[in-house]
Design a binder for this molecule. Sequence first.
Ligand code: BGC
Length: 352
Amino acid sequence: MRALTLEPGTAGSLRLTDLPDPTPGPGELLVEGLAVGVCGTDREIAQAEYGWAPPGRDRLVLGHESLGRVRTAPEGSGFAPGDLVVGVVRRPDPEPCGACARGEFDNCRNGRYTERGIKELDGYGAELWCVEPEFAVALDPGLAHLGVLVEPTSVVAKAWEQVWRVGGRAWFEPRRALVTGAGPIGLLAAMIGVRAGLEVHVLDRVGTGPKPRLVEQLGATYHHADVDEVASRLLPDVVIEATGVGDLVFAVMRHTAPYGVVCLTGVSQTGRRTEVDAGRVNRDMVLENDVVVGSVNANPRHYRQAAEALAGADPDWLDGLITRRVPLGSFAEAFEPEPEDVKVVITLDDGH
Ligand code: BGC
């Protein structure tokens, strides 16, 4: 079978590799890969800025935003051949920390978790892959190719769950949300915010292309003005930050409504310095009971929430998020960003 592989730490090592077909371990499903989404993390790994090969090996199979169809499933696994499935990204650490031991490996405390396609476990960017049934999520067959959006949506479902849980420490009826960044994470966060009945605003740099239209089609409001100007006028109750841009992160922290919750989901570049009035930020946060919460990854509960949210969303809108589909044989094109990209997907079922 063909797989998208690279050597973490070596830029330019991304390639198609012929690997032996995998053999499912006891209890595992054998899955035909249909597609993998490409995200900022994959690009970072390809640029040798992130990612770890499995112990004792140089090579990692890339891909964590999966979609596949079950080829074989052991009896009693709860799955059957033909089922549309997504594989969960993270696995708990081998000697589980308290959170991992309780199935909350998305909140792992000791950093010894592993992640398929990212950290020490082969990913899903292959024509065939295996997965343990407890780390597979069955999808509504009607979702079809849109199922590749489940993993990014799971990240967003977790972020919103954090917002509701943090907000729940006192009276919390948020009305207005600001989402910064109109990439897939931002747009999916906006979608969930609209579904929850909030007035949703989305801020991004660009003024043209598919993003403004996608936001308007959701019933949300698009902004591409200066973040300080927009946020100070809106004073949002909730901010979902999906750019990871340092200046922007501190700007939104300054301009929430009292009891504001800012959820940070963007993984930043490090080493960039920015000037901040730290006293102002601290003073506002204390005097307004504001919270800033970081959120990464997702556990199977969030994948199920994501699958449900996508099944209830407008399929044409979701299809509009997938702006390019690249066959596995032309994988390199998926790693060359184009100006109108939102989500780029590599299709795995195009044969040779
Ligand atoms: C993935 C997460 C993962 C994180 C850090 C993200 O792109 O969606 O599942 O935990 O990267 O590795």
